[in-house]
Write a protein that binds this ligand. Structure first.
Ligand SMILES: *Cc1c(COP(=O)(O)O)cnc(C)c1O
Length: 338
């Protein structure tokens, strides 16, 4: 048995999802004629109280489009130094938008309202104008850490007061909402734009949706075409997204429970130095010397448990839709026998 906990992106479409995909009504979306894509865009926009949405091939694209629309070359974005949009998107902020970044520290990848306030550049010709703030919820590099809603509300207020755009990388926003219980409409109110991944915990094969005001999405649609992300009969993929929203949101708590169980076991193991408090479906732990993250990942892999080394000492395991109860039991056995 192989238990693949490298990422929640490794899931395969379920039979129900495949049925939904096969029966999708499609058209040429670049011409605005794919009813399934339009339905998905409207569904997510409505859920979060936004005016419009844009279906894209990846979360990298939705994030990069948001940066492109919200900034002009030379302007600055405040974010955590480990945020996906900066750390994992190949320098796209600079390459696509020519924007500057102000990189903050912060507990498990989360920034605070005070820190944002302290880093807004004054109107001074020496400094790049601050125009945007970006947060990630849940925070991947922080081990699926969830933001405190009050802190987000404060940052949102600061952005409003200072005329800054506020973007949420919500690749795993439904994991966060599962924990905080915040309603999607209340979450939507805090941000100018939100990127939501369908291919992470929601279990769709491809796709992310960017949502925001209508004029923002109109500009975003133009940028998507320039970035090469205009797709034709991609309603087959959007159908998987709609199915995921209808069937795979409620069950995210099962992934969180499984991650918590793994975390509890790891706490008891002598070769584990530290386990980060488990918030959602991501488990992060540090290994004791002489082990390294790479050596542990390799040894676990030989036993059939796949994870990834996050840095020299840290291993990441992610639970998801395709992890059965039997797989969890076996994963725990493998960890205990290590
Ligand atoms: C996965 C992910 C993305 C987008 O990744 P793609 O692989 O481009 O879809 C963006 N932000 C976070 C936090 C992610 O985990």
């Amino acid at each position: 048995m192989i238990i693949d906990l490298r990422s929640d992106t490794v899931t395969k479409p379920t039979p129900g999802m495949l049925d939904a995909m096969f029966s999708a009504v499609v058209g040429d979306d670049v011409l605005g004629e794919d009813p399934t894509i339009t339905a998905l865009e409207n569904k997510l926009a409505t859920m979060f109280g936004k005016e419009a949405g844009l279906f894209c091939p990846s979360g990298t694209m939705t994030n990069q489009i948001a940066v492109k629309v919200h900034t002009q070359p030379g302007e600055e974005i405040i974010m955590h130094k480990l945020s996906h949009v900066y750390y994992y998107e190949g320098g796209g902020i600079m390459m696509n938008s020519g924007a500057s970044v102000c990189l903050l520290e912060g507990d498990r990848g989360r920034i605070t309202a005070q820190d944002v306030l302290d880093h807004i550049n004054a109107d001074d010709i020496h400094r790049p104008p601050t125009v945007m703030v970006e947060v990630e919820n849940t925070m991947n590099k922080g081990g699926g850490a969830v933001y405190d809603n009050d802190n987000l509300a404060e940052i949102s207020q600061i952005c409003h007061t200072h005329g800054l755009k506020f973007h949420l990388d919500g690749a795993r926003i439904f994991n966060a909402l599962t924990v905080t219980g915040q309603k999607t409409e209340d979450c939507g109110k805090l941000f100018d734009s939100i990127s939501i991944c369908l291919s992470k915990g929601l279990g769709a094969p491809v796709g992310s949706v960017l949502i925001g005001k209508r004029d923002f999405i109109t500009k975003a649609r133009r940028v998507r075409k320039v970035f090469g992300g205009g797709m034709r009969q991609a309603g087959y993929l959007a159908a998987a997204g709609i199915y995921a929203l209808d069937n795979h949101v409620e069950r995210l708590k099962e992934d969180h429970l499984k991650a918590q169980q793994l975390s509890n076991v790891l706490e008891t193991l002598p070769w584990v130095e530290k386990v980060y408090e488990c918030h959602t479906n991501i488990v992060l732990f540090c290994v004791k010397a002489p082990y390294t993250a790479i050596s542990v990942v390799k040894k676990l892999e030989e036993a059939g448990l796949y994870g990834i080394d996050f840095d020299k000492k840290t291993v990441r395991l992610v639970t998801h839709l395709d992890v059965t109860d039997d797989m969890l039991i076996e994963a725990i056995n493998i960890l205990k026998k290590f």
